[in-house]
Design a protein around this ligand. Structure first.
Ligand code: UDP
Length: 325
């Protein structure tokens, strides 16, 4: 997996928080697994689970980003140990990410059905999976991705009227035509070509630099997409960037229908809008005092993400529940 990929950042973060809770990591190498012979695959799986013992609890971060067949084989190997409990953390559902992957849905749900407990990104995702054959009754909802960071590395900018967006313009093409007066700071390796006048290209930053720069820029963090199939997915998954912005202390702008809409409104963490035009208007109309209040509420909430409490809560609560009838 690419060093900078969001999936990798998220999985490493969960593993790191698990280690802080005294879990042992079973690292999984991401590779072209179709090149393995059955013997090679078997040896590899044994290596991954070498420290596993009967009665252990295993958190399976799904997908491993190898093939579904690989994940199924690994789970079968884990399942050979008596009394093992498997808690599957659904990071991403490949079948829902791209329309061309939809055919994988049934097999993916069959894979989830082999877990004793599920950590799902949202209630929407759980309900959707149930409608398509999910039978696991024990689950909890994760809600947000944490973004562990030392708050002393962050700034407190009073700037209100700017937007920040972390994402590749090839995947989120709306940034290529940014023609609003409100400046948009783009965090991505490549700038759109031609670059819109009010788009400030920040380049790719590592996690710490990104958080620091976001806090320096101030304004709002934007969670947006190009609609269509991707939008259907965002009503069920958790945008990683949402946790990033909030941990940096920035209120957010999110599209209506996103899985964590309620949480954002309830805690005064930003605006839920149907269009970018609406977002621009809301920001234009917002008084400095209202922004300061929103920011203060966001900074209070950010402590949860900065200290990894969403992940800690999910991991410990899942154990608590899976060991009970
Ligand atoms: O300069 C950058 C831009 C992005 N990111 C990371 O990439 C995430 C956003 O990636 P993506 O758009 O793929 O994720 P999504 O929000 O769709 O889950 C951010 O939250 C950051 O963790 C980063 O570290 N540096």
């Amino acid at each position: 997996m690419a060093k900078n990929s969001t999936a990798r950042i998220a999985q490493n973060m969960v593993a790191q928080i698990g280690k802080e809770l005294d879990f042992n990591e079973m690292g999984i190498y991401c590779y072209r697994d179709s090149t393995d012979t059955p013997e090679q695959l078997s040896g590899r799986l044994d290596g991954i689970i070498a420290a596993l013992e009967a009665g252990d609890i295993v958190f399976f971060q799904s997908p491993s980003w190898n093939s579904l067949k690989f994940d199924q084989a690994l789970l079968s190997r884990i399942r050979l140990y008596p009394e093992v409990k498997v808690i599957t953390i659904i990071h991403d559902v490949r079948a829902l990410m791209f329309e061309t992957n939809r055919y994988l849905l049934e097999e993916t749900i069959a894979f989830y059905n082999r877990a004793d407990f599920l950590i799902v990104p949202s209630q929407n995702m759980y309900d959707f999976l149930c409608e398509h054959g999910l039978t696991v009754k024990k689950y909890l909802v994760q809600h947000l991705w944490d973004q562990p960071v030392d708050p002393l590395t962050l700034y407190d900018s009073p700037t209100q009227k700017v937007l920040n967006f972390a994402g590749d313009p090839q995947k989120f093409t709306f940034v290529n035509d940014w023609n609003y007066d409100l400046p948009l700071h783009l965090f991505a390796k490549d700038a759109p070509d031609p670059k819109p006048a009010n788009l400030i290209h920040e380049g790719w930053k590592n996690s710490q630099e990104l958080l620091t720069q976001l806090s320096k820029n101030g304004g709002f963090g934007l969670v947006w997409n190009d609609g269509g199939y991707t939008f259907e997915y965002t009503s069920k998954y958790i945008a990683f960037k949402l946790g990033t912005y909030l941990a940096a202390g920035l209120p957010v702008i999110v599209p209506k229908g996103i899985s964590n809409e309620e949480l954002i409104l309830k805690n005064n963490l930003g605006f839920v809008v149907e269009t970018i035009d609406e977002a621009i208007q809301k920001i234009a109309e917002q008084s400095p005092a209202d922004y300061a209040q929103m920011k203060a509420d966001t900074k209070k909430f950010a402590k949860l993400l900065q200290n990894g409490y969403f992940t800690r809560r999910s991991l410990t609560d899942a154990i608590y529940q899976v060991l009970q009838k």
